[in-house]
Design a protein around this ligand. Structure first.
Ligand code: ASP
Ligand code: MG
Length: 425
């Protein structure tokens, strides 16, 4: 097999850990696999570099910022290559540009346009491990670029596509994707499989395991993606079946893997602690109101998340929406300015709300998931402030103080601690 393995900052956070990564990579080459490794900067390094830039100019030229930011990965790639050499594994390190990663010129948040992987393929053909700096590429003008924070996940997926790899393995400090955050629910279960669509929802709803962009890319090209821990003991005899982690796959593959897919079960509960709600009370129920409220917000580049409008019988409506907490103060200020223009009665804010979401493709074909969710919350005496749904998720906004209680109760009620998919088949 040809495999791309990505090791994040924690996995290469010290010399010992880098040596450990080298040992792990060796088990794959010893078993005859071709391996391209994508590395992040050592943990904390990109933050440190950002800090240095900030000390001089928080608005520094972005091309120069990229020259600095890309240096962290440069260190990891060569340290890993050296560590591999000490184990007798042939390897060669590659800058993004050497690996042919061409990007647009949106410095500090560049997008990959194309990968000319010839040099990397040559190395693999010569039975060398190719160690590639994640997070960086090169613009058409020949300047180094970076892909935005967490970008080496995207580097790994893009390289997997370019190299036509059989699997892209993302090694991190957790051993997979869980039914919910185990810090909140200790019974949370590692999901052996999850669908791309579900993973996208989980990622955008607050699960921080993978950069969303990388999941989108993997989904588009159907690259099998596996999340694994780099901190678990290294297997003496490498066995693909016993690898563990979470495999993220397209729906077509899932159907052949499990018979229990039809179960009305949801896959996971994601939550986001950083929501804030703004409610515009008693506005005339007439065309253009939603537009006036929300265009003022989006003009200031503030993203709106959930939106609800409800009318009462006196031709007045209440309009409620949520934003990220960091945008709350500004969004309140803007909405208070809009309020007299649309003859609203008043504006009330609450920056202590959280969003909890049930995610699962099973809800497409099963009614009753939402009502069960609301029933559980009612039993716990938790008030729902706002609701939003999509085909495969139901989200509610509730008071921050109820977060733990709600997630625990929902996890139990939907039996997420139980193994609904057999890992062995
Ligand atoms: N080193 C970069 C960061 O910390 C890229 C990455 O780790 O994915 O954001
Ligand atoms: Mg990362």
């Amino acid at each position: 097999m040809r495999i791309v393995q990505k090791f994040g900052g924690t996995s290469v956070g010290s010399v010992e850990r880098i040596q450990n990564v080298a040992k792990r990579v060796k088990t794959w080459t010893d078993n005859g696999h071709e391996v391209a490794v994508v590395v992040s900067a050592m943990s904390g390094e990109t933050n440190r570099l950002t800090g240095l830039i900030q000390q001089i100019d928080s608005n520094a030229n972005r091309r120069e910022q990229d020259v600095i930011l890309s240096s962290g990965e440069q260190v990891s790639m060569a340290l890993l290559s050296i560590a591999l050499h000490t184990l007798g594994v042939k390897s060669e390190s590659f800058f993004g540009w050497q690996a042919g990663v061409q990007t647009d010129d949106a410095h500090t948040k560049a997008r990959i346009l194309n990968i000319d992987s010839k040099k990397v393929i040559d190395a693999l053909t010569e039975k060398k491990v190719a160690v590639i700096a994640g997070f960086q590429g090169i613009t058409e003008k020949g300047s180094v670029s970076t892909l935005g924070r967490g970008g080496s996940d995207t580097s790994a997926v893009a390289l997997s596509i370019a190299l036509d790899a059989d699997e892209c393995q993302i090694y991190t400090d957790v051993d997979g994707v869980y039914s919910t955050d185990p810090r909140v629910v200790p019974e949370a279960r590692r999901l052996p499989y999850i669908l791309f669509e579900e993973m996208l929802e989980m990622a955008s709803l607050g699960s921080k395991v993978l950069q969303i962009r990388s999941v989108e890319l993997a989904c588009k090209y159907e690259v099998p993606l596996r999340v694994l821990s780099s901190l678990t003991p290294i297997q003496e005899n490498l066995s693909l079946e016993k690898l563990g982690g979470t495999l993220i796959i397209p729906e077509s593959k899932m159907k052949t893997m499990t018979k229990t897919m039809e179960d009305p079960k949801i896959s996971g509960i994601a939550f986001n602690r950083d929501e804030a709600q703004i409610k515009v009370n008693a506005v005339p129920d007439s065309p253009g109101i939603a537009y006036k409220i929300l265009s003022a917000i989006s003009d200031c580049n503030i993203e709106v998340d959930m939106i609800v409008q409800n009318t009462s019988n006196n031709d007045l409506a209440d309009f409620t929406f949520t934003v990220n907490r960091s945008d709350y103060a500004r969004a309140m200020e803007i909405t208070k300015k809009t309020s007299p223009i649309i003859s609203a009665d008043n504006v009330i804010g609450n920056d202590k709300i959280v969003k909890i979401s049930l995610v699962g493709v099973g809800m497409r074909s099963h009614a009753g998931i939402a009502s069960k969710m609301f029933q559980i919350l009612a039993q716990e005496n938790i008030n729902i402030l706002i609701i939003s749904t999509s085909e495969i998720k139901i989200s509610v906004g509730i008071d921050e103080e109820n977060l733990e209680k709600a997630v625990k109760a929902l996890h139990q009620a939907f039996e997420l601690e139980k193994d609904n998919i057999s890992e062995e088949n």
